[in-house]
Design a protein around this ligand. Sequence first.
Ligand code: KIV
Ligand code: ZN
Length: 511
Amino acid sequence: MNSDRLFIFDTTLRDGEQSPGASMTKDEKVRIAKQLERLRVDVIEAGFAAASPGDFEAVRAVAESVKDSTVCSLARATTHDIDAAGKAIAPAARKRIHTFIATSPIHMEKKLRMNPDQVVEAAIAAVRHALTFTPDVEFSAEDAVRSDIDFLVRIFGEVIKAGATTINVPDTVGYSVPGQWGDRMRQLIERTPGADKVIWSTHCHNDLGMAVANSLSAVLQGARQVECTINGLGERAGNASLEEIVMAVKTRRDVFACDSNIDTSQIVPSSRLVSQITGYPVQPNKAVVGANAFAHESGIHQDGVLKHRETYEIMRAEDVGWSANRIVLGKLSGRNAFRQRLEELGIAPASEQALNEAFSRFKELADRKSEIFDEDLQAIVSGEASVSAERFKLISMSQSSEMGEKPISKVVFSIGGDEVRVEAQGNGPVDATVKAIEKEAKSGAELLLFSVNAITTGTESQGEVTMRLQKSGRVVNGVGADPDIVVASALAYLNALNRLATEPKANPQQP
Ligand code: KIV
Ligand code: ZN
């Protein structure tokens, strides 16, 4: 099945969610899934349904709301996992089960404690069982990079015979190099019985910074599905980045002889949304979606681009959605216009009350900021989603600072509905605010990261703050946005505390 169509399998909601602190709520997952649908990804891996009732509900909610992309759930090669996956994706218009088992000697022996024959049997049984829920079944050999190639040929041949329709070859630990990875894909396609009946897929991690190069090398050798994530989010150093894969094959069609169905103008909005929800900022020099990706600093480059853009640009910024930052609403916009724009962005507030709360926050913001962009609306709704029905909620705050003096912050917030008033001094206004909150919250969590980014351009922009906290080995990211970055910091800190108060998610690769 070596066509000129490259299928894009997005795993931001599953492997992306395995990044420390990137855990997402059901509503956040649905918002990202709706954006991925607008981006026109072929498959959305919505999660690992068997992990917990919360994960099951999130996969199901994505299956209910997405119509155009295939919705997929990951499942270990067990009846229990596959039952959960099958039930969670049932409402989807197009559905896939992605089942996997490890095939490397180290994983089989040390992690699974199974011999190779048992692994093959489990894989066949898993594929057969998955087929009772959907004809679209993907099989992955976890740690294929360190697996014996003869064993891979054997297990892939067996699962194809059992009815698998996509075969995924993962570099789980990011160990491969491009020449080797392409060669492995070529040999597997040449040697596996029934290889021509399935789509071959590649799934690469970025531990040595080669996830995109390895994936593209596999594409050159016949892979026609790439598993990737927005902004390269993912376990450890991340997964292959969707935007880089898509733009590489589009820009170098002469080399790859295939193309995806992605609406590239939705790339930057997708990148922003994922960054905003997960609290993972995008590095400025990141290819395609970094703030500097199309900025020309040197005089020679600027002069060249002004005379003829293609002197220094191989892609057009507007083709990947950089023209965004469109003014969408202002101070005089009414509730209906607000609701309609949220609908266009795929945001459905949970209730009339949630809509009203978001609308009053929008009005407050519009009083302080003359132009409201889509990014501002996303931030408003993220704020609403994270504070409603949660344990810690900011009520008001004030702070005073003078050059040469230690600032003082006064914060009023609620803990489980009870109002508390606290005050503290700190090295700076953010330090004072966090110290004040901790006086009553007493989380004892360690702050691993504090970052501030402007959501849009200009000094009027809302500041978006990420606070990454660690407690008892668990890492969470809190996000908050406000034109006042100290308020944004308080919101981010409280958001992180709320996340620490929720149940941790299970990782499918750690049985
Ligand atoms: O990296 C990996 O091997 C995975 C599999 C579950 C596909 O994420
Ligand atoms: Zn992975």
